[in-house]
Design a protein. Structure first.
Length: 588
């Protein structure tokens, strides 16, 4: 067994197909000054062919991924049109009299090297896009158009040192059982595409294999656990076959709960909503009986493209979500970028600690043009369904006031234009900063609802960067300090009659369900895949246990003690997705 990183969930079993590592190797061919015009024409011709090819790939792939995910290729087109990249190539040709392919190769190496030096996982992954585009251009310049393609007549698990988005084009989802790469990241375009295609994916095996994986090796990959087995023993194969069967049985059992009333055993109504990033996820939202969308992450509308989305484009998406939910609420979070989420076309300052820097509402209050465009689109969509607005990263009453001023300007503009919208649209804020927690009594009097973002709240309370492998083990959502922050927020919300929900990953963690019962929080928003598992436990829980649960949690001095208390109040008869039967507490 080899431990990697799970980037897309699921279990895959089958023979490996290995894509060989391609390395460009050609001499530094110099040209005569009289040939410079000809070399430039070769370069421009290669760019035209590359752009045509990318456009064709995008159209072929749209039926698999949908419009939003194929915007990845818009980012590739933007690289070929990027004046910085092209000026670098042309400069090498003009100053050093090097052939077009040599100049392109040097420019690729330069920019990839620069990105790799950055202490930023997202930017490192963007280096793959430059490699992808550069290699495509080199193939046209060199005439080396042959590619090693997966088989078209038998299933396989694709193995590579690293994958680039264009290679995913050749992936037949009916034959590609899974993906394994030595390099890569969970936020890379390939990982995003794998999840969108529901293909199990494990990455990060570099330096961990005793011998390289060969074509025909039998593999088992577990995208949830992040492990790979190479030519495993028969007993391991049988174990995973059983797990896959059990997983399917679990899904069938859970699906029966989808449209049952979402109530505790003693009749307390709760609402389990979904976190989504695109319209494509709505089918599963409806299938799993979600009470609505508790968090629509709009930043994915802005990513993997070359410019900001216009108001009309945003409005179309928001309206579709509102209409398809048929009166169920959708909470639309305004643009939340910065930190570990970047836009290639938005020049943000280089920061020592971007998680504590220029991000989310801080950017939007500076770029009120972008902010108002988004707010106008959201307001227009509110005419077609139950839409709410959510501001991220609020730390003060002043930020809230300034955000609402922009919202009021947007309302006045639409009213003057005669454009319909809901004037009393509900406005809420993310509670994800300790500062917001400590003034939540003041904030509660100024907003319609709170949505607790536990991912960032835990990170900031414990001063732990959850993306930093060195300290990630200290990221502990069950730390007593986190529970106390949750308690303060819930108490202030209840006191002032402010609606409160939870939208971070902890909302979808079955182990945390007794916490929400204890705090009187009845609205949770989570990944679509978590809804039925949480509902299964909810149906077996008792709201009347709330005071007793908190009395015990309040006395806990460590996360281990917290977990012990939670365990006592959890019951489930459903096995987890790996096929291992859970004990009564619901742990795997």
């Amino acid at each position: 067994m080899v431990e990697g990183i799970g980037a897309s969930s699921g279990i895959a079993m089958g023979k490996a197909f290995v894509i060989p590592t391609w390395e460009w190797d050609f001499p530094e061919k110099l040209i005569d000054v009289t040939d410079l015009a000809y070399e430039f024409e070769r370069l421009y011709d290669g760019i035209r062919h590359s752009k045509d090819e990318i456009e064709l790939i995008k159209q072929e792939f749209v039926s698999v991924l949908g419009e939003e995910q194929t915007q990845i290729f818009d980012a590739h087109l933007a690289i070929l049109e990027d004046p910085i990249f092209m000026n670098e190539v042309q400069g090498i040709m003009q100053r050093q009299y090097k052939a077009a392919e040599v100049a392109v190769k040097e420019a690729i190496d330069k920019f990839v090297g620069m990105f790799d030096l950055l202490d930023d996982g997202y930017m490192k992954e963007r280096a793959l896009d430059i490699k992808d585009v550069g290699n495509r251009l080199l193939k046209h310049l060199l005439g080396a158009l042959e590619e090693t393609l997966p088989p078209k007549d038998q299933p396989y698990i694709l193995v590579a040192k690293e994958l680039i988005p264009s290679q995913m084009v050749h992936l037949d989802v009916n034959l590609a059982l899974g993906l394994v790469t030595m390099l890569g990241g969970k936020t890379s375009h390939v990982a995003i595409m794998a999840r969108a295609m529901s293909v199990p994916y494990v990455l990060g095996l570099e330096g961990k294999l005793q011998t390289p994986i060969q074509n025909g090796d039998y593999l088992i990959i577990d995208g949830d656990e992040g492990v790979v087995y190479v030519n495993p023993a028969d007993d391991v194969i049988e174990k995973y076959k059983a797990r896959k069967e059990t997983w399917q049985a679990v899904q069938e059992q859970l699906q029966k709960l989808a449209h049952l009333p979402t109530r505790t055993e003693d009749g307390r109504q709760m609402h389990l909503a979904a976190n989504i990033s695109s319209v494509k996820e709505l089918d599963l939202v409806m299938k799993n009986g979600a009470s609505g969308v508790g968090l629509f992450r709009t930043e994915f509308l802005y990513m993997d493209r070359s410019s900001f989305p216009e108001e009309e484009e945003q409005f179309t998406v928001y309206r579709e979500v509102a209409e398809r939910l048929g009166g169920k609420p959708v909470v639309i979070r305004t643009l939340d970028v910065g930190g570990d989420k970047h836009l290639d076309y938005l020049a943000l300052p280089e920061e020592e600690n971007p998680s504590l820097g220029y991000r989310a509402i801080r950017i939007m209050l500076d770029r009120t043009d972008l902010f108002k465009t988004q707010l106008r689109a959201i307001l227009r969509a509110s005419h077609y369904g139950y839409v709410k607005i959510l501001y991220p990263m609020i730390s003060s009453l002043d930020e809230l006031r300034r955000a609402n001023e922009v919202l009021e300007e947007a309302k006045k503009e639409l009213a003057a234009e005669g454009t319909p919208f809901r004037p009393d649209i509900e406005v809420g804020i993310m509670i994800e900063l300790p500062a917001a927690v400590m003034i939540s009594d003041l904030l509660a009097q100024k907003v319609d609802f709170f949505s607790i973002g536990t991912n960032d709240l835990v990170q900031y309370v414990l001063a732990v960067d959850r993306m930093n492998e060195t300290v990630a083990h200290l990221y502990d959502p069950f730390h007593p300090s986190v529970l106390r922050m949750l308690k303060i927020t819930a108490d202030h919300a209840h006191k002032h009659g402010t609606h409160i929900s939870v939208c971070g990953e902890l909302a979808g963690d079955v182990r945390a369900l007794p916490i929400w019962i204890a705090l009187g929080i009845t609205d949770l928003s989570m990944s679509v895949q978590s809804i039925l598992k949480v509902k299964n436990s909810l149906l077996q829980s008792r709201h009347s246990d709330g005071e007793k649960i908190w009395a015990e949690l309040a006395g806990c001095a460590s996360s281990a003690e917290v977990v012990t208390v939670l365990t006592k109040y959890l019951e489930t008869d459903i096995a987890d997705q790996t096929g291992r039967t859970r004990p009564a507490c619901g742990f795997s």
